[in-house]
Design a protein around this ligand. Structure first.
Ligand code: ADP
Length: 481
């Protein structure tokens, strides 16, 4: 799918609230940090446009202001500045939108005026490219934070220059939709009132819904999730069903420049498929010594946000069921943060079983790499999992995934009892099912040869971006034509 030299490179603009390594909260950041580089390599001219954050990457790298303009949002006069990263360090062109007073903060999410913030980000983008006469071949919007863009491009007079430009919407997480009361409509530029229905869902403005209604094509981050959204989508099920014809499920890939145990600078001991047993052992010893765990026992890890969708609320019960009885010979390492009650319960259990359970509350990129490398098993009791990257990373590091059979987890993990299988699946997001699965893992651990063979098998699996990027390219080619 590489384009010929004399054809003008097609210009694709990705809009996202996160992009690793500039700012990452979860999988969205990983995807937008990697996919654009693969598209650029395939011959596209790719821009990533994201909000400006007060983050180390932004402070420490070289940016130039390439555009300044003004626009009105409701009663506020706003200034928009475009900061371009000068050297294309990430393998694509990176543009940050700064809007003093709204888009100039430390973190991507969690502010009371979030609706105004993301509205301003989207307006700022559209004012910039229309004023500067930029007309991309495709505008690609990620999640609800950028969900109003297709609507504004196609239905607001102010941005009519972009009316012919096709748009793609990608749903990384359908649980969050960016709901806004209708009184926020005064923040939008004028449009024909009969078009209100395109923004509305159940009496509020629903940016994710507007994205799905107005985009030319949409994608979800796995095929399983594409189908699940018609059954479970926080109120948008009927919409996903109606718009199904323009949806495609594309599973995320792994970026080997960040996730490769052979070259990972964050690891204490690097290893490849050839020395996976020894390599993992050494990483495990380092990690267990640091957290006061027995290095001789199998190590089960959890990494992720403490949220109901991740099933983090059943972790305490899982721990109690396993550790509370006798000694089953297992240690656990948990890295995560989120819901304060879950944080407290999990911390309490680590105090109750200090030699068996270790917890780090917080977000720590380096520690996450070290845990993927050190653990024997990684558990994901998710209720909802659009794609899930943790299981992909764990497999890349030779760690056996124990996952609830849902969404992207079901699409990427094949149970070890199946022919060619390599992981452990369990049916429900319940402590009972999860504990059963952990006991299967312990039986497996006792069979040393089988364990070794599975690790080698895992490390040889191909979850590269090349395959997935080709599917996005196919969509672009269809909608550009
Ligand atoms: P989601 O985006 O729903 O949180 P994903 O599985 O798609 O879930 O992506 C999670 C990403 O965030 C992975 O890269 C994972 O390693 C990382 N991550 C989650 N929590 C933490 C944490 N506390 N510290 C470091 N990395 C984390």
């Amino acid at each position: 799918v590489v384009q010929t030299k004399n054809e003008r490179s097609k210009h694709v603009v990705h809009l996202s609230a996160e992009c690793y390594p500039v700012a990452k909260v979860g999988g969205l950041g990983d995807v937008v940090g990697a996919l654009p580089r693969y598209l650029q390599r395939a011959g596209f001219r790719v821009w990533v446009v994201m909000p400006w954050y007060n983050k180390p990457f932004v402070r420490e790298h070289d940016f130039e202001v390439t555009y300044t303009g003004h626009f009105r949002q409701g009663s506020r006069q706003l200034e928009v500045q475009i900061h371009k990263e000068r050297r294309n360090l990430l393998g694509f062109e990176l543009y940050l939108i700064k809007i003093p007073g709204l888009i100039d903060r430390d973190e991507p999410y969690g502010y009371a005026d979030e609706s105004e913030q993301f509205m301003a980000f989207q307006h700022g983008f559209l004012h910039w490219i229309t004023d500067a006469g930029i007309k991309p071949d495709v505008v690609h919007c990620h999640d609800h934070h950028t969900g109003l863009i297709p609507f504004l491009m196609y239905h607001s007079e102010r941005f009519s220059a972009l009316r012919e430009v096709p748009t793609v919407g990608t749903v990384h997480n359908g649980q969050y939709q960016g709901w806004m009361e209708w009184n926020k409509a005064i923040l939008l530029p004028p449009f024909d009132t009969w078009k209100w229905g395109l923004l509305d869902w159940d009496g509020v403005i629903n940016p994710l819904g507007a994205l799905i209604k107005c985009c030319t094509a949409y994608t979800t981050v796995s095929e399983g999730y594409l189908n699940e959204l018609m059954i479970q989508a926080n109120g948008l099920e009927r919409l996903f069903e109606m718009e199904r014809a323009k949806g495609v499920g594309i599973v995320n890939g792994i970026d080997p420049s960040v996730w490769d145990p052979e070259h990972d600078p964050m690891l204490e001991h690097r290893y490849g498929a050839g020395d996976v047993q020894y390599g993992k052992e050494r990483n495990k010893v380092s990690l267990c010594e640091r957290f006061g765990l027995d290095t001789a026992k199998p190590l089960l890890a959890y990494i992720g946000r403490f949220a109901g969708e991740k099933g983090a609320d059943i972790l305490p019960q899982i721990i109690e069921n396993i550790m509370g009885g006798g000694d089953v010979g297992l240690n656990m390492m948990i890295l995560g943060s989120g819901d304060t009650q879950m944080e407290e319960e999990i911390t309490h259990l680590a105090e109750k079983y200090p030699e068996k359970v270790a917890v780090h509350i917080g977000y720590q990129e380096e520690l996450s790499h070290r845990i993927y490398a050190a653990a024997d098993f990684l558990i994901m009791p998710s209720r909802v999992e659009p794609c899930g990257l943790n299981q992909l990373y764990s497999m890349r590091y030779g760690t056996i995934p124990i996952v609830r059979a849902t969404g992207g987890l079901k699409d990427t993990v094949l149970d070890m009892d199946e022919p060619q299988g390599y992981g452990i699946l369990f049916p429900e997001a319940s402590a009972d099912d999860a504990v059963q699965a952990v006991y299967r893992a312990l039986e497996l651990y006792a069979q040393r040869r089988r364990m070794e063979q599975l690790r080698e098998q895992l490390m040889a699996l191909d979850f590269s971006w090349d395959k997935s990027a080709a599917k996005y390219i196919e969509i672009y080619q269809n909608i550009i034509a």
